[in-house]
Design a binder for this molecule. Structure first.
Ligand SMILES: Cc1ncc(COP(=O)(O)O)c(C=O)c1O
Length: 488
C-alpha cells in the first residue's frame, strides 16, 4: 500500500510477553503478525476513536485501518517493513520524533525509581520539578494535573466557576467560546466546543456555552488585513461581554490557531483585546494551548506573541513530547488564593487517579530539556522556512486557496466539492507513504520538529501527489464512498 522501508520492522524485545489473544496468537510481541492479521483483530476487539467503524470494516474499506508495529523519528513502521511519514505528529502530540532516546532514557530511569503514587497527600520529584519549570516559563504558579486535553478543559471551567462562587459571585457560572472552537469531547469540554459533527448527538446532555465570532483571518472583508479582522471579532466580543459579563465566568480561546476548525489562524491583536475585555468585565481568560503549545506556533506558547498572560492555561499533547498522556492547568495566584481556606468545600475537590503521574511528568521534563538542548524554537524557524519552500508547488496549486502558516503549522484550503474529500485524500496520502488527514477540505501538515530536508521533500511530494490523485477522482466523476463528512 505504501513504500517499503529501507529497514524491515524489527521485533521489540521490550514488548515480549506471553499473553495470548482469543485466537491463540500473542497479544504482545514479538511483533511478527501481518498487517492484515492485526487489522482484523483490531476491528473485532477495539472501538477506535472519532471513527465510524463501518468505514474500516467493509472490503476495500473507504478508510483503511493501518496497523503500526513501531516508530522512530518521523516514521511509523507497519508489520511488513513499510513505513509512513507522520505528517500530523500523531494528532499533534509528537515534537522531537518518535522513540526519542533522551525521553526513553528518562522514562527508564524513572521506572527504576517510582512508577506511580497518588498525588493527594503525597508528592514526588518529577511533579515538583515540572510544576516549578512550567511556572517559570509561564508566570502561572499553580499546576493542576490530569491526563488528557479534555480533562484539562473540564478542570479550567470548573476552577473558573468555583472561583467566582468562592468570591461571592455564584451567578458567574456561564462560559463563552469562539465560533468553530474545539476543546475536547467530554461533556463539559464539548459544551464549549463549536463543531456540530461532534456535538449534535449529545446536545441534550450539554449546558451549551455561548459563541462569539471567530477572528479567523480568512474572514477578512473589504480590504481588511488580519489585524482588522481580529479587531472586528474583538468588537463583537466586547458587545457580548457588555451584555452578559455578570453571568460569565470565563472566555475560552485557542490562541493563534483554531486547529480542529480547519487551522483557522488569527492575528495576536485578538488575544490582546480579549485580555483587555476580560480584565474590564472581570471574566477569566482561559487559553487552550493543548494543540498550539510547546513551539507549534513559533514561540514556546502562542499567547506570548500577544504579550499577554491568561488566568488559566491548558496544556497537553506536546507536553510529554508525544509519549504519555499528561495535561495540566496552570493558574494565577489570585485564582489559587480564592480556594485557600479553612473550609474543605471551598477547596478544588477534583481528582483523577493518575493525576501527576511520575512517568508522564518525567517525560515532560525530558521534553523541556530538549527544547533547551536543541535550541528548538530557533531551529524550527529554519525548518519551517525550508518546509514552506518545499510546499510551494502545493501552495501555488490552482485548486488551493488560503495557503497559510503559523510556525510549524501549514494549511491549505482545497476547492473541491467531494463530500468525502478528506477520506479520499488520506487514502491517497497513505499510498504515497505519508500520514495526512485533512479536516473537511482543509489540508494541513504539522510534522515533528526533527523532520530533515529529505523527509520534508518526501512529505511535500507525497502531499501534492495525493492532492492530484484526489482531484483526478473528482474529475472522473464522483462516486461517493460510504458515509459523508469526516472527523479530525
Ligand atoms: C485545542 C484543543 N483542546 C482540547 C483538545 C482535547 O484534547 P484530548 O484529545 O487530549 O482530550 C484538543 C485535541 O485535539 C485540542 O486540539
Amino acid at each position: 500500500m505504501y513504500p517499503k522501508a529501507e529497514r524491515p520492522a524489527r521485533p521489540s524485545s521490550a514488548l515480549a510477553g506471553s499473553v495470548t489473544g482469543p485466537d491463540g496468537a500473542p497479544n504482545v510481541g514479538p511483533l511478527t503478525g501481518l498487517n492484515e492479521d492485526w487489522r482484523r483483530r483490531s476491528l473485532a476487539a477495539v472501538w477506535h476513536p472519532c471513527t465510524q467503524m463501518k468505514l474500516h470494516a467493509a472490503d476495500g474499506a473507504a478508510q483503511p485501518l493501518v496497523p503500526i508495529a513501531r516508530a522512530e523519528g518521523v516514521w511509523l513502521h507497519d508489520f511488513e517493513g513499510r513505513r509512513l511519514l507522520d505528517g500530523i505528529s500523531s494528532w499533534w502530540v509528537n515534537l522531537f520524533g518518535h522513540n526519542h532516546p533522551a525521553i526513553r532514557a528518562a522514562l527508564v530511569e524513572q521506572l527504576d525509581q517510582l512508577d506511580h503514587v497518588l498525588l493527594a497527600g503525597f508528592t514526588h520529584a518529577p511533579v515538583v520539578r515540572l510544576s516549578e519549570r512550567l511556572a517559570a516559563l509561564t508566570g502561572l504558579g499553580h499546576a493542576f494535573y490530569a491526563s488528557d486535553g479534555a480533562s484539562a478543559v473540564e478542570i479550567a471551567l470548573k476552577m473558573s466557576a468555583h472561583h467566582w462562587r468562592n468570591a461571592g459571585r455564584p451567578a458567574k457560572c456561564r462560559f463563552v467560546g469562539v465560533a468553530g472552537g474545539y476543546h475536547g469531547e467530554t461533556v463539559g469540554a464539548l459544551a464549549v466546543t463549536d463543531i456540530a459533527l461532534f456535538r449534535e448527538a449529545y446536545a441534550p446532555l450539554l449546558r451549551l456555552a455561548a459563541t462569539v465570532p471567530s477572528p479567523d483571518a480568512r474572514a477578512a472583508v473589504d480590504g481588511e488585513d488580519a489585524a482588522a479582522a481580529a479587531e472586528r471579532a474583538a468588537a463583537a466580543l466586547a458587545d457580548w461581554l457588555a451584555a452578559h459579563h455578570a453571568q460569565t465566568a470565563a472566555l475560552i480561546v485557542e490562541p493563534l490557531v483554531q486547529c480542529a476548525a480547519g487551522m483557522a489562524m488569527h492575528h495576536p491583536r485578538y488575544l490582546q483585546r480579549a485580555r483587555e475585555l476580560c480584565d474590564r468585565y472581570q471574566v477569566h481568560l482561559v487559553l487552550d494551548e493543548i494543540a498550539v503549545g510547546f513551539g507549534r506556533t513559533g514561540t514556546l506558547f502562542a499567547h506570548q506573541q500577544a504579550g499577554i498572560r491568561p488566568d488559566l492555561l491548558c496544556l497537553s499533547k506536546g507536553l510529554t513530547g508525544g509519549t504519555l498522556p499528561l495535561s495540566v492547568v496552570l493558574s494565577t495566584d489570585a485564582i489559587y488564593a480564592a480556594f485557600y481556606d479553612d473550609a474543605v468545600a471551598r477547596g478544588f475537590l477534583h481528582s483523577h487517579s493518575y493525576t501527576g503521574n511520575p512517568l508522564a511528568c518525567r517525560a515532560a521534563l525530558a521534553t523541556l530539556d530538549l527544547f533547551e538542548q536543541t535550541d528548538a524554537l530557533r531551529s524550527n524557524v529554519v525548518t519551517a522556512a525550508r518546509l514552506a519552500a518545499l510546499f510551494e508547488p502545493l501552495s501555488m496549486h490552482p485548486r488551493v486557496r488560503h495557503a497559510r502558516r503559523q510556525g510549524m503549522i501549514f494549511a491549505w484550503d482545497v476547492a473541491s466539492s467531494l463530500p468525502d474529500f478528506a477520506r479520499r485524500y488520506a487514502r491517497h496520502a497513505l499510498e504515497q507513504g505519508v500520514l495526512l488527514r485533512p479536516i473537511g477540505t482543509t489540508l494541513y501538515a504539522m510534522p515533528p520538529y526533527v523532520i530533515s530536508e529529505a523527509e520534508g521533500e518526501h512529505l511535500a511530494t507525497g502531499a501534492l501527489a495525493a492532492l492530484e490523485a484526489t482531484l483526478a477522482e473528482e474529475a472522473a466523476g464522483h462516486v461517493p464512498t460510504q458515509g459523508e463528512v469526516d472527523g479530525v
